[in-house]
Design a protein around this ligand. Structure first.
Ligand code: GTP
Ligand code: MG
Length: 952
């Protein structure tokens, strides 16, 4: 165009000037040098020559192939993201004017079909829609450019000499506008260059070339016109297709919105319509796609709509993707899983159901509030599991609350519930996984008609006030006489037939150690006989008994015992009891007072009368024909009989062969004996019996009940044992942490490890509490193990390992245990009276106390002269004014009655001899250890430090 020299033209044609010169020469234009001027005529000549040589006139069409590759990310059915390679191939054929329209339109159709086939592929459609729109844009651009091009061409035709140049530019332009790919432009350029070279090689007639170029130019113009039409058509199609695709993307939403009101006539509930729609995305998409397709012009849209059925839940053009994601199976699955995961085992179950139902699973993921049932103890990991979160999150939450816990640490119910609330869930006190929850139901079902029953009367009072003696008189037995140490150490249960009916008595110990037994006695009774000795009055355990009775809410009948004694003063006792709010009926209160004597039998009938009167008022009733339930009063491990429990039947009838659940133990009742050792086959309400056959020794005070089957009893017993263990563990761990700092501060705390083996569960408990009470700040009683039954070798081994002393209460070590204990120096002590055990242990612990150091002044010395001996140092020439001075004594140096120094005497001399002691009225030389600043007239207060053993 504007190139005026060979060199410039060469640059424009992207070839070397030498080649151009050769070609020019071949075309008959004689140019010798690159700097030679080049006219339009010269260029025209070259073009004609090249065209002739290249045979361009023979070529009817140029085919360009474009291939583009892209990637899309897609989640598959398992929720894993996968990358899919999408390859789009296009073919463009440009044909000469003569056969323009036909092949090209065919080509376009083929192309469209190819596209449709490609569109069937689900993953490709995102790409395709883009492609379609892109193409539409491209074509519009092309069209606009084409108009411009045509104008240019007209201009160029006016200047025929620029024909060659125009051809090249047009070709380059086509490439550029069609494909917009630099690579292909280069390819085209390369083709053009090759053509040019070929042309140069063949030197043809310029005129013919010109003519041909002219022809070609015309053909091109026609072709461009045709293409413009074609492009216009294709652009329209592409746009329509893009529109159809977009319409389909919107389709599900439209369906949902439209269906609600309109579908009602089909008697489909909106929720159901929605459910179905969401649950079967493919069907829905198909239906949804059909709607806009029907309204869209042309059949292309219909095809697109068909194709779209498989991908409509994937594709997205305007933010529908999010909504689509939660439905269906592949991508939606991820969201659902997330939801499941958050909702935990209970929630998960619920959600699984939701998955089948549909609508809920389509709901957006949100924090679920889970109902968490918290048992009495729960480990961190279990709690996390219940909330469907990681244990670390629970640990973190607890850390925020200032608690450092481990994953397996049991938490108590309160803490766990706080954590649950903290995590935004709802905490409930657990009853669900507690098998006992159903036990109550079973019980209520088995309720039969209640008949009147005998009263259970507990005798309580201070030690030695005559409780057992009173019962002995009533029962005509001699229990008190056989008691070790004269005190009761177990709860005794007896039933007595009186002329007015049966009464069951529970005798409780009066010694302070048996608080728990008294409490149990009060809890399992209907009436309390409060015993107070007429000669002793209200004592600490009398007061305690009153408290227990009050706590249990049972009426009190007062028996003032030992009324036969000369120093008996029932009136005083009455006064003292009034102070304790136990008011006699004669004073307007509600407690009958009866003065009795177990020696003479005075007042005993009246006492029984009063008791039965109270019982009548209470109208005591219990079902008889029902499964028994009641309380364990005492339990022990018998060598021959195994675990034995004294139980009080409170309702129903206990029979031999029944399956009994007692606390954490269970078993079949193998045998039953009454308090006198007589075999019993059954025991009705208010009767105490001793049963054998339990799997273990139950705790005194445990409830017992008869269950229909053993499996269930075992289940509950195991559950209770586990619960107990966890609670214990939780308490221990809490205690450990609490005590850690206290112990660190306390320095060396002495501890006395103890193992207790007792005859009954009650005495073991009483002994343990009494001994634990002995703990002081300096010496701690450490209960290593307490148990019921004889001392076995394993107890001795445990003692050996923990350096404990073994206490046998009413039990003995077996031969093997004795041997092991002897050879290993394990201390086993036997007791049969609780206060003996307590006293001895107290003494033992006193021995462990660091002795107290006390100063004891032994004498006074006056310093009369001070002399300094070169070898020895300063010596105080003193006179003992009082007491005596010993060589190892300590001193306080007093000057004008002010303490100057406190130290130790170094040596003591009398007349140059070392002496041990100098008595009052004698003179001596005293050398003070590390101290020389003494003066005449100073006084020495001499004292010794004595160690005094302490007691608890
Ligand atoms: P603990 O069970 O250890 O609390 O004692 P207790 O209340 O059962 O007293 P217990 O029946 O063992 O009697 C204690 C002492 O009091 C015994 O020596 C009895 O002989 C004596 N004693 C009990 N009742 C009477 C009584 O009515 N008159 C007289 N004179 N002595 C009595
Ligand atoms: Mg007694």
């Amino acid at each position: 165009m504007s190139s005026n020299t060979v060199a410039e033209f060469a640059v424009e044609l992207q070839k070397s000037p030498d080649t151009l010169l050769e070609q020019l020469q071949a075309a008959g234009v004689s140019k010798q040098d690159a700097s030679d001027a080049l006219t339009e005529t010269d260029k025209q000549a070259l073009l004609s020559h090249l065209q002739a040589a290249h045979g361009a006139a023979d070529r009817k069409k140029i085919t360009l192939t474009k291939k583009s590759t892209s990637e899309i990310k897609q989640a598959d059915a398992t929720g894993r993201a996968r990358t899919i390679q999408v390859e789009v191939r296009k073919k463009r054929t440009f044909v000469k004017r003569d056969d323009v329209a036909e092949p090209d339109s065919e080509e376009a159709l083929k192309h469209a079909e190819t596209k449709q086939k490609e569109a069937e592929h689900k993953a490709e459609l995102v790409k395709r829609e883009e492609e379609a729109r892109h193409e539409a844009d491209q074509i519009s651009k092309q069209e606009a450019d084409l108009v411009q091009q045509r104008a240019d061409r007209t201009e160029r035709e006016d200047r025929e000499r620029k024909e060659r140049e125009a051809e090249e530019r047009a070709a380059a332009y086509v490439v550029k506008t069609q494909e917009r790919k630099a690579q292909e432009v280069a390819e085209k350029a390369a083709v053009a260059r090759i053509h040019a070279q070929d042309l140069a090689a063949r030197n043809e007639a310029q005129a013919e070339a010109k003519k041909k170029a002219d022809d070609e130019s015309k053909a091109r113009e026609a072709e461009e016109t045709a293409r413009a039409v074609d492009l216009d058509e294709r652009r329209r199609k592409a746009l329509a297709e893009a529109e159809a695709i977009r319409a389909m993307m919107n389709a599900p939403k439209k369906v949902l919105v439209a269906k609600k009101p309109s579908e009602e006539k089909k008697e489909v509930k909106p929720a159901d319509a929605k459910k179905g729609t969401l649950h079967k995305p493919a069907t829905t998409a198909g239906a949804g796609a059909a709607k806009p397709a029907a309204g869209a012009p042309g059949n292309k849209e219909v095809k697109s709509a068909k194709l779209s059925s498989s991908w409509s839940n994937q594709n997205d053009s305007n933010g529908k993707k999010k909504e689509l994601k939660t439905r269906g199976d592949s991508s939606g699955g991820v969201a659902n899983r997330g939801n499941n995961w958050r909702s935990g085992p209970r929630g998960r179950r619920g959600n699984d159901r939701n998955d089948h139902r549909g609508p809920q699973s389509a709901a957006p993921v949100e924090a679920r509030v889970i109902d968490v049932y918290v048992p009495e103890t729960i480990t961190v990991s279990e709690l996390a599991h219940k909330m469907a979160i990681k244990a670390s999150e629970v640990i973190k939450a607890l850390m925020k609350m200032g608690q450092m816990v481990t994953i397996n640490q049991p938490l108590d119910q309160d803490t766990a519930m706080i954590v649950v609330e903290e995590m935004g869930h709802k905490a409930h006190v657990a009853a669900l996984d507690d098998p006992e929850a159903f036990t109550l139901e079973e019980e209520s079902q088995s309720e039969s008609e209640a008949l009147s029953r005998a009263p259970v009367v507990t005798v309580m009072g201070h030690v030695d006030h005559g409780k057992t003696s009173l019962l002995d008189y009533i029962r005509r037995s001699k229990v008190a006489a056989g008691e070790a140490g004269g005190i009761t150490q177990h709860i005794g249960a007896y039933h007595v037939e009186t002329p007015r009916g049966m009464i069951t008595f529970l005798d409780t110990p009066g010694h302070e150690a048996f608080t728990a037994m008294r409490a149990r006695g009060a809890q399992s009774t209907d009436i309390v006989i409060l015993v107070a000795a007429a000669d002793d009055g209200v004592m600490p355990q009398t007061k305690e008994a009153i408290k227990h009775a009050r706590a249990a809410g049972v009426p009190i009948v007062v028996a003032i015992t030992k009324a036969d004694k000369p120093d008996a003063n029932p009136e005083r006792v009455k006064q003292e009891l009034v102070v304790e709010q136990v008011v006699p009926e004669e004073y307007g209160g509600d407690s009958p007072f009866v003065a009795v004597s177990s020696k003479t039998g005075q007042g005993i009938d009246e006492l029984l009368e009063q008791v039965l009167l109270q019982a009548e008022v209470l109208e005591l009733k219990a079902p008889v024909e029902a499964n028994a339930k009641g309380l364990v009063i005492e339990a022990q491990l018998d060598k021959g009989r195994g675990p034995v429990a004294t139980v009080l039947v409170q309702s129903g009838t206990l029979k031999v062969g029944d399956i009994v659940l007692a606390g954490q133990t269970y078993g079949r009742v193998r045998a039953m004996v009454d308090e006198d050792g007589k075999v019993a086959k059954h025991a009705g309400p208010s009767l105490p019996v001793e049963i054998q056959g339990l799997s273990d020794v139950p705790q005194a005070g445990d409830d017992f009940m008869v269950l229909p089957d053993e499996r269930r009893a075992r289940e509950i017993a195991t559950y209770r044992a586990g619960k107990f263990r966890n609670t214990k563990l939780a308490r221990q761990q809490a205690a450990k942490l609490e005590n850690m700092f206290a112990e660190m501060g306390a320095g060396s705390v002495q501890s006395l490890p103890i193992i207790i083996k007792a005859d009954t569960q009650g005495s073991q408990e009483a002994l343990a509490t009494s001994l634990l009470k002995l703990s002081t700040d300096e010496v701690k009683v450490q209960m290593v193990y307490t148990g019921v039954g004889g001392i076995s070798e394993s107890d001795v081994n445990l003692a050996l390992a923990s350096k404990a002393i073994v206490i046998g209460f009413n039990v003995r070590a077996d031969a093997q245990a004795r041997k092991t204990a002897e050879s290993n120096d394990v201390d086993i002590r036997y007791y049969n009276i609780i206060y003996d055990a307590v006293d001895e242990l107290k003494a033992a612990m006193s021995g462990m106390l660091a002795p107290e150091q006390r100063e004891e002044i032994i004498g006074m010395a006056e310093i009369r002269t001070v002399f300094v001996a070169s070898k020895i140092g300063t010596v105080a020439g003193s006179y003992i004014t009082q007491g005596h001075v010993t060589r190892n004594a300590h001193f306080r140096l007093l000057r004008d009655n002010v303490v100057i120094y406190t130290g130790q005497i170094d040596s003591l001399r009398r007349m140059k001899d070392d002496v041990k002691e100098v008595k009052e009225g004698f003179e001596c030389g005293i050398k003070l250890k590390n101290y020389n600043d003494i003066k005449e007239g100073d006084m020495l207060e001499v004292f010794e430090i004595k160690e005094i053993a302490r007691t608890l």
